[in-house]
Design a binder for this molecule. Structure first.
Ligand code: ADP
Ligand code: MG
Ligand code: MG
Length: 209
């Protein structure tokens, strides 16, 4: 079960799209408290376009699939989250390279490259109350579980860490993105991007184990 090929990544991306659609109102509600109330619509529109492209023609390998997802997000989603999630998938694609399938370590490496892309693009640091606060702990949990045979367990640990990271954004004061304009008034609200990022990791645990 460790081989993560294009079919597995297709399942992951579709599961993320379904989760985003299911949580669209929640993401919008969170963004209405500390942003401009469009995170649900942004992510739903972007992931719907990603799925439409997959329905059109399934890319042959992991890198091609991840690249197509990234390009589609960059071109269909305005605002902060489109370029950030787009860069995430594009950097994952570059790290995956020309292989038919990723093993657990290869997937963890690609995921790390994706998150490094988010940081390169958005300059967020831990504690800034962004998607990075859900993504970073997930990477660390995945790395800690590496080497074991249990890919599913490792991915579930990563998803749990992302959910904890998401919850931990509530007491933070935002220092990046629109929410930062609110200053202290951003405290006490869960970050929308960290919430969608936790859905991304949960989708991985549900489909890639
Ligand atoms: P916008 O803020 O442009 O309306 P969205 O509402 O779709 O875009 O996305 C907002 C989310 O993007 C935030 O909740 C936060 O998690 C994330 N975000 C914003 N700026 C950054 C950044 N510089 N680095 C990482 N994530 C960011
Ligand atoms: Mg917004
Ligand atoms: Mg916006």
């Amino acid at each position: 079960p460790a081989a993560i090929d294009a079919a597995a990544l297709d399942r992951w991306v579709r599961a993320f799209a379904a989760a985003v659609a299911e949580h669209e109102e929640e993401l919008t509600r969170l963004d209405s408290a500390i942003g401009d109330a469009d995170h649900g619509a942004n992510m739903a529109r972007g992931m719907k376009a990603v799925v439409a492209k997959l329905d059109d023609a399934a890319p042959a390998g992991p890198a091609a699939l991840l690249k197509q997802a990234g390009m589609t997000l960059v071109s269909t989603v305005g605002g902060a989250s489109g370029p950030l999630y787009g860069t995430f998938f594009l950097r994952m694609a570059a790290a995956a390279g020309d292989v038919d399938a990723l093993d657990q370590a290869g997937f963890a490496e690609a995921l790390r490259a994706g998150v490094e892309g988010v940081v390169a693009r958005g300059k967020a640091e831990a504690g800034d109350k962004t998607m990075y606060d859900a993504l970073a702990p997930a990477l660390d949990a995945l790395d800690a579980a590496l080497g074991g045979e249990d890919t599913s367990g490792a991915l579930h640990a990563a998803a749990d860490a992302a959910a904890q990271g998401r919850d931990a954004t509530t007491p933070m004061q935002a220092r990046k993105g629109r929410a930062s304009y609110l200053g202290e008034r951003s405290v006490g609200h869960q970050d929308p991007g960290a919430t969608s990022a936790a859905l991304l990791l949960q989708a991985a645990a549900d489909t890639l184990g």
